[in-house]
Design a protein around this ligand. Sequence first.
Ligand code: ATP
Length: 571
Amino acid sequence: MSETNAAILVVDDEPDLRLLYELTLMREGYRVESAETVAQARQKLQARFDVVLTDMRLPDGQGMELLLELQAAGRPERCIVVTAYGSAENAVEALRAGAFDYLAKPVELSQLRTVVASALQGLPATMSSSIATAPPTGDGSPAAVHAPATPADRAAQTAACADAAQPAPHDTAAGAAALVRLVGQSPAMCAVKARIAKVARSMAPVHIHGESGTGKELVARAVHANSQRAAGPLVAVNCGAIPEHLLEAEFFGAKKGAYTGATQDRIGFFQAAKGGTLFLDEIGDLPLAMQTKLLRAIQERCVRPLGSTQEELVDVRLISATHRDLAAEVQQGRFRQDLYYRLNVIELHIPPLRERLQDLPDLVQALLTRLAADSGFAAIHVESDFLQALATRTFPGNVRELENLLHRAVALSEDGILRASALQDDSPASPVPQAPVPAPSPAPATAAAAIATAPAATGFGTSYAIQIPMAVSPAPPVPPPVPAAPATAASAQPTGAAMIVRAPDRSADDEPLPSDLQAWLDAQERAILIRALRAVRYNRTAAAALLGLNLRQIRYRIERLNIPTEPDARE
Ligand SMILES: Nc1ncnc2c1ncn2[C@@H]1O[C@H](COP(=O)(O)OP(=O)(O)OP(=O)(O)O)[C@@H](O)[C@H]1O
């Protein structure tokens, strides 16, 4: 959307501050209206805006009331709440209630501009084209508006699992593809997908919790891909893999000579993720000293590269993940409570695979599709006893364990047929629990086989039967690069395989067509440019040379695709 058309409502009772916000935003080209009280704001909100910037404390009530009323009315305005200095509770409360973002007093004007611009990103153009009138409600609260849904809204609607697996024409093909890549149609996974689509839309920090191998990184990628920052970078960091003495430089950047070995300026993760998402995996592994520095970066919204005197504005959405129980880590003094509070604004829990065993057939199919290409077999046949043997396991290593197990089974198979005997050396790591049998997922659209309860089912061990169609139905068409696994009834083999997974044919004719060619090409170009820039530490001349471009061409492309580079990136 053209940001200059955007309409902003500023709500603040302090005339000086109101004027300052108004002037700052008008200078950005926005159309600004203002209100001094909750009552006045309600009046103004009979019309529609793109963004509402409201102080928390107002003479006749709280800014939160406006936020909640807009939410309740299903209004599409993005709300930014201005909180008192140091009032983390208010900020977190507002984010949990659905605020897009918050600003702490005293509001830095550069931050105000960044946060408002970020809130306007990805809004449909129709919303900002005019301050359209919304029908009055009678009680003075903001009227409901059935505005065009945002991509995240649409994703939420389609995240009812069958739809998420078969994405409808979607504004962000990448967002739908990211949800499809997260295989599983069990109620637990459907709930995870629906929540991803819902929480993706704000700037609120998301904390993903789940055992190792449950797919936390895939979930983080899906949140990013469904957010309005999807066009920006996703920088994924494994906090446990960075030597302690390098943490600060890696996170915040460093000037040449700032430490032994710093032979040139380098940008940090915060700068690299500018305009996008910073995914801090294994956050529980961060040493306490670094936790303090990270907290400061989050609170102050700026970072200072090592050896620099200049602070740099932070413009990232934070996602963190851990397999640890962070609350327990806080109790034991190993994790800062205030940081935990800041990171855990929205929690996403990924259930372990043993609690959603009905996802097994879908997962086996998806994972084998990935493996089939490298296996050397034209197709991999999965015998029913192999699936049955899998279903008796508890997978303490979750999907990663399943992936490894399939990898070994395929590698050791001489004929491309997976039988239960292939699992004999792969002893189950733990005894089968006598847990209640989970309900099977409702009519899985793509499952090659569905695990269903046998009569008088009592537990995992002997109570499952595998319903086995003769062949795998074709996987739903998904945007690239998600591989499809075409296999038809005609491809069923005389082995009576429960599942047949064909190595994806890489011929161009079989690639699903992108629904928005330009967006698809831009995404490819952007990813390649970012890779090249990172490879040469953001030296644009070197990156251009890598890609067979000249400096002018790469500069043009960087600018066109809004690729963040170091402020003083070298040429
Ligand atoms: N629902 C899923 N659908 C498809 N693949 C999955 C799913 N969940 C996990 N995987 C695959 O399992 C492997 C492990 O996933 P991932 O790295 O995201 O797990 P994690 O929870 O981040 O693990 P860790 O805590 O050890 O970092 C990856 O190869 C991932 O692609």
